[in-house]
Design a protein. Sequence first.
Length: 252
Amino acid sequence: MANFWKIVNEVIQNSDVLLEVLDARLPDMTRNPEVEAKVKNAGKKLILVLNKADLIGQTIAEKEKTRLNKEYNVVFVSTKEHHGTKLLREAILAAGNKQEVLVGVLGYPNTGKSSVINVLKGRKAASTSSHAGHTRAIQKIRVTNRIIMLDTPGVIPFEEKDESKHVLIGTIMFSQVRSPDVHAIEIIKLCNNINECIISKFYGIAAENEPEIMLEKIAEKRNMKVKGGIMDTERAARIVIQDWQAGKIRLW
C-alpha cells in the first residue's frame, strides 16, 4: 500500500490533469476522498469519469451528473460501447489548456482505468483484467498527438474494511467471498430500490419484497439444490455476485 501511495503522489505531482475513474452504478462508493484531497492540495484539475455508463439508465445518469457537477467536471463513458470518448478528450484538453497534456488516471481497482485509456487510444495499449489489482506500476501511454496518459494501480483507503462495499465494487472477486448470500442480498436490495423488476426480469423470476426469497427463487430457477432438496442459496448468491461484477445486471 505504501508503494501504491508513493506512485499516486508521483502521478499527481507530474500530471497536468487527473481523472478519477468511478463505477457509474456506484459513484459515491468508488470515490476516494483521500485521492481527491491530494489532487486539490496539489492545485491540479480533476475530472470524474463515470465508467460503465451503459449499465445505468438515462434518468440515473442525468441525476448523478447534476449532483456531481457541483464539485467537479463529470463525463460519462462506456468503454464497452465506446460512448463518451469524444467528450472526455475535449474535457481533458480544455482542463489541460496546453499543447500536450499529461493525464494521470486514478481510482479504485476494477473501475476500468486501463479500459478508459484503451478506448481513448482506439486500441489496446494498457493491460486490462477482470481481476482487481491487475495494474502494478505506472504505465505511460500516448493516446493522441496531444494527450499522454499515466495508468496507475488501484488504491484502496487503508482503513477501509467494509467487505460488502468491496464485493459491490469488485475489489473482492465473487470466488473469494466468504458469505456470498449476505452480499448477494445487498445487490438485490440495491437493484430493487431502483426498480423492483431489475432482478426479476434478469433471472426470470417473480418480483418479491424480500431479497432472501428472491435468492431462493433464483436457486430454484437454476435448479440449484443441496442434499435433501434444499435450495442452494450460497451457489445462487455467487452467481448473482458474478453477474453483478461482470456488468451483466443493468440498473433499469
